[in-house]
Design a protein around this ligand. Structure first.
Ligand code: PGA
Length: 257
């Protein structure tokens, strides 16, 4: 029996879009792809636009995601947001361990793991990001780094929770650089991630986990990437900021179903 993993396209808006601009983009997207249910679509605006975008998406198939969260429920953590707070805004997904968080804000594997566990405890679906830097790739450490980030990030996750987790492979050298990984490079790491998930949680469950590719994914390169056996969607930065390119990416995923 073939394994069906529903493709997923997530837009990571990063530190872009005001509440008003975000809601306007969400409405434009809804007009074009609001009825598509064959592909999952998640919009991840900055915290300040979660409420307005969530309002625009109310009752629609498109889902709302955050870009980060703190593992504690509440307390003296100036500038932070908890899973519970995200839940009150109808957030269903949360990007965790993005390389920009690891690089600029000191997120370690252990901290990312705490966030993953807290997200799951609050019924948020983590989009756990892993990926090597250019120096790591050039020194032949890609798979070692990805394995460390994945095993540490998923430590303590139970088998019955793993299909709720979404993994995103994002080679750091391909993010926002216009340099996309070749389909072979991407598929190799995706297959490796699935194999590792199989060792950790069993092969049957590993077949159900979605593994997204991220890093300069665009309408021009998406069809080839999305056709790969273990690439189940995309985590899109730059190309998610404009309706036209994001809609084309969702259509590419629909065509790849
Ligand atoms: P990019 O970003 O599509 O602009 O390369 C992807 C990401 O950082 O999630």
């Amino acid at each position: 029996m073939p394994i069906i993993r529903k493709k997923l396209i997530a837009g990571n808006w990063k530190m872009n879009k005001s509440a008003g601009d975000g809601a306007a983009l969400a409405k434009e997207l809804l007009e074009a792809i609001g009825r598509e249910t064959a592909v999952d679509v998640v919009l991840c605006p900055p915290f300040t636009a979660l409420e307005s975008v969530g309002h625009a998406l109310e009752g629609q198939a498109l889902k709302l995601g955050a870009q980060n969260m703190h593992p504690e429920r509440n307390g003296a953590f100036t500038g932070e947001i908890s899973a519970e707070m995200l839940r009150t805004l109808y957030v269903s997904h949360v990007i965790l361990g993005h390389s920009e968080r690891r690089q600029f804000f000191g997120d370690t594997d252990a901290f990312v793991n705490q966030k993953v566990l807290a997200a799951l405890a609050h019924e948020l679906r983590p989009i756990l990001c892993v990926g090597e830097t250019l120096a790591e790739r050039e020194s032949g450490a890609t798979l070692t780094v990805v394995q460390r980030q994945l095993e540490a990030g998923l430590s303590g996750v139970k088998a019955e929770q793993i299909t709720t987790v979404i993994v995103a492979y994002e080679p750091v050298w391909a993010i926002g650089t216009g340099k996309v990984a070749t389909t072979e490079q991407a598929q190799e790491v995706h297959a490796f991630i699935r194999e590792l998930l199989g060792q950790l949680f069993g092969a049957a469950l590993a077949q159900k986990v979605r593994i997204l590719y991220g890093g300069s994914m665009k309408p021009a390169n998406a069809p080839e990437l999305l056709a790969q056996k273990d690439i189940d969607g995309g985590l899109i930065g730059g190309a998610s900021l404009e309706a036209r390119s994001f809609i084309e990416l969702v259509k590419a995923a629909l065509a790849a179903v």
